[in-house]
Design a protein around this ligand. Structure first.
Ligand SMILES: [Mg+2]
Length: 258
């Protein structure tokens, strides 16, 4: 039996629309005795909302099986004064950190979403304020530094561009709290009481999911859904341990390759 980390966006759903066969695959993985954890960089919905959406799509998942980047932020930023540029939906998950408008000792950038709220969160004023805090010595953190994500309408610019912009302007380097950070994957393995070498990561993102997991000694399977692009795989030096057309094919594939 293996420990399996499943990415959510692009693996279980795209823009909230379920990937065909995903719910059944989760059921079969559990029936085969595998331990599952749902690991996501999604920064637009709270953990409770996310788990609720998955259950509404027929996926059997408990709130406490979902690991978000916001949860990692609470652990990392405990006791610090934080200027957070994040979607409002995340505020609940950030409970436990002190959010401030100025005099911050940490700046935290979340991700973009498909609504006009992104315009407000990453407005010039807010980015300039974050830059000002960095200039005064605050440390830069981000939930992730994804360049783009897949939506029903195609690829959308993600907040990694704003992280890179602030790094460039302030001459600092951001600390990533979500995937592909070592700490994030280590926390997921620990939650399953699993050794990384016996753990599989399943995702649609070569950089965040595959490179990150393999860097920790885990094995990683890429799905051909979500943000999967055949040309990106061909160009990359990264070799996933397996490629399946979608999560629906994972249970069968795993039984052959375990
Ligand atoms: Mg994904």
């Amino acid at each position: 039996m293996a420990a399996i980390l499943l990415d959510i966006d692009g693996v279980l759903h795209v823009s909230g629309e379920p990937i065909a066969g995903a719910a059944d695959a989760v059921r079969r993985l559990r029936a085969n005795g595998h331990r599952l954890r749902f690991v996501t960089n999604t920064t637009t919905r709270s953990r409770t909302q996310l788990a609720g959406e998955l259950r509404a799509n027929g996926i059997d998942v408990g709130d406490d099986e979902v690991q978000t980047a916001a949860g990692a932020a609470v652990t990392a930023l405990q006791g610090r004064r934080v200027l957070a540029l994040t979607m409002h939906a995340l505020v609940h998950d950030l409970e436990g950190i002190e959010l401030v408008g100025e005099g911050a000792d940490a700046v935290l950038l979340g991700g973009a979403d498909e609504t006009p709220e992104t315009n407000l969160v990453f407005s010039y004023m807010n980015l300039a304020r974050a830059f000002g805090e960095l200039e005064l010595g605050a440390e830069l953190f981000c939930l992730h530094r994804n360049k783009w994500w897949q939506t029903k309408r195609g690829a959308m610019l993600d907040s990694g561009a704003f992280v890179a912009g602030l790094e460039y302007a302030a001459g600092v380097e951001a600390i990533v709290l979500g995937k592909p950070s070592h700490t994030y994957f280590a926390a997921a393995c620990e939650a399953l009481d699993a050794d990384p070498s016996l753990t599989w990561m399943v995702g649609d993102d070569l950089e965040s999911d595959i490179v990150g997991a393999q860097g920790m000694g885990m094995r990683a399977v890429l799905v051909r859904t979500g943000k999967f692009r055949p040309d990106a795989v061909e160009r990359s030096r990264t070799r996933p341990d397996g490629i399946v057309s979608s999560l629906a094919h994972l249970p069968e594939w795993l039984e052959e390759h375990l």
